[in-house]
Design a protein around this ligand. Structure first.
Ligand code: 5AD
Length: 506
């Protein structure tokens, strides 16, 4: 039995891959430890999207080399950087044992045991034991399917596909994750059902370009894309309350998907829709194949169906050739949409990508200035959006203690806003209504709106009916989210306001 320390860099997909690795290790009798100092095995699941992420992982692995002065330790790089740098990593990190790519997570446990056994054997210092596996694996998309849930966990990620066929000129992902491959709908639905049986109430469907799910494998049906068919199938899973997905591409975000927000009650009112730039010239150079106008048209279509939709995005500043005018176009678009939040990235040259070879690279100083300027605008919008919730009532799914203050609980709204509130009773895993009293740019604070706290049943006995879509327009009434029965007021309805419609929307 080994103690394994796993650290994940980058996106939710990487977190999901790490969870699969952890689960397989635990199944084989190993222990996952959050303490690097006691580890017999160090696994860093890496991200290649920006150079900074790679440097962090390299620095960490270098530093953790000191652990092996006390005992034999197995060191492995997993995931994207392992895939893109392969064997060359052994030159940078002499104590490295394993390099396992993005299609081989299911082999990690076996490789770890192999390396542990070799280290426990007689020492042969002149022989290098190292394992590199960065080959392609048919059906690897189906291998990320098991979970390691903590007690009382109520949300989970579900990986529905791997790879990307888009060719954004800044992006390394097509090289690290391979081409698009999707899992069948019934496999995904089975996984969601198993999760629900174990207490999960909300799933986030993950894919590199999630809305293009299944386009090579499965036909459209009645004008509905495979992704929308999948959403419908997941929506039909009893006991599940909420469905999220990330990240879609504006291309392929068609009417059927926009409509799904109206027709599927469990699909939450949040879209993370990467913009990258607000300048058509830069979008063309990025090979994003939409214009600022098309992006805005999509935002308007989504908001026409779902006015309360929370919108977040990714933006790159300092892409090669970006002029001040281009940057101003990005700012204007951010202002026009009024995003709830955004990730802002300074362009980072990535090996073998077309943009890395472009001649008009933007100096670091300008990238930094634009980064700060855009962040200020994004944060300003985040504060304005959040301030609009003060005095309103929102539905949250209670996830557990707040990270910053374990004496309080936290949950998320359907729009993915974090809400922190005082604990009133055992509420983890419940949908409940909170009246917002205070807001920062990141967090909403409030008080539970309780009908009768004493009458609340224990957390795992509660069944909460999904909120019917016709009740979410903001003007209707809705029964009190499953608490009507608990409080004895069966059928009681009361005015119910969902998350507010967008504020300051021009
Ligand atoms: N430099 C900076 N940001 C990048 N992203 C992807 N590649 C790069 C790069 N080379 C950003 C994009 C993407 C997010 C996951 O990372 O905004 O949407």
């Amino acid at each position: 039995m080994a103690k394994v320390y796993i650290k994940t860099y980058g996106c939710q997909m990487n977190e999901r891959d790490s969870e699969q690795v952890a689960r397989m290790l635990v199944e084989r009798g190993h222990l996952i430890t959050p303490h690097e100092n006691e580890a017999d095995v160090v696994l860093l699941n890496t991200c290649s999207v920006r150079d900074l992420a790679e440097q962090k992982a390299l620095g960490k692995m270098g530093m953790l080399g000191a652990l092996s002065r006390q005992r034999p330790v197995v060191y492995g790089f997993l995931g994207c950087m392992a895939q893109s740098r392969g064997e060359s990593l052994f030159k940078e990190i002499p104590h490295l044992d394993l390099v396992v790519g993005t299609q081989k997570f299911h082999r990690v446990a076996e490789y770890v045991e192999n390396a542990l056994a070799r280290k426990a054997g007689p020492r042969m210092d002149d022989v290098r034991f190292s394992i590199v596996d960065v080959e392609e694996e048919p059906d690897s998309q189906g291998s990320i399917r098991d979970h390691l849930l903590s007690e009382r966990q109520v949300t989970a990620f579900v990986s529905i596909m791997q790879g990307c066929n888009m060719r954004c000129t800044f992006c390394i992902v097509p090289f690290t994750r391979g081409h698009e491959r999707s899992r069948p709908i019934d496999q995904i639905v089975d996984e969601v059902k198993r999760l629900v049986d174990r207490g999960i109430r909300e799933v986030t469907l993950l894919g590199q370009i999630v809305n293009l799910y299944g386009r090579h494998e499965f036909p459209k049906m009645d004008g509905r894309s495979p992704f929308v068919q999948l959403l419908e199938a997941v929506n039909a899973v009893d006991g599940l309350d909420r469905i999220r997905f990330t990240s879609p591409h504006p291309i392929g975000f068609r009417k059927d998907l926009v409509e799904a927000f109206r027709s599927l009650p469990k699909l939450v009112e949040h879209v993370h829709l990467p913009l990258q730039s607000g300048s058509d010239r830069i979008l063309r150079a990025m090979h994003r194949t939409y214009t600022a106008e098309k992006y805005l048209k999509l935002v308007d279509e989504i908001r026409a169906i779902t006015p309360e939709m929370a919108m977040t995005t990714d933006i790159i500043v300092g892409f090669p050739g970006e002029t001040d005018e281009d940057f101003q176009s990005t700012k204007a678009l951010v202002d026009r949409v009024g995003f709830d939040n955004a990730f802002v990235f300074k362009y980072s040259k990535r090996k073998d990508t077309p943009a890395a070879g472009m001649l008009d690279q933007v100096p670091d100083r300008i990238k930094e200035e634009r980064n700060q300027e855009l962040l200020a605008l994004v944060n300003d919008w985040a504060r304005r959006r959040n301030a609009g919730f003060i005095g309103r009532e929102v539905e949250i799914l209670c996830e557990g203690p707040s990270k910053t203050n374990p004496a309080r609980l936290m949950g998320r709204t359907r729009g993915n806003k974090i809400v922190v509130f005082e604990e009133a009773s055992h509420q983890i895993g419940q949908l409940l209504n909170i009246r917002i009293t205070r807001a920062s740019g990141y967090t909403l604070y409030g008080e539970p709106v309780l009908v009768n706290p004493a009458a609340l049943p224990a957390f795992d006995k509660v069944t909460v009916r999904p909120l019917a879509k016709e009740h979410v327009s903001g003007c209707g009434t809705a029964s009190c989210l499953g608490r009507d029965k608990a409080s004895g007021d069966v059928g009681e309805t009361r005015p119910y306001r969902r998350e507010p419609t967008e504020i300051g929307n021009r």
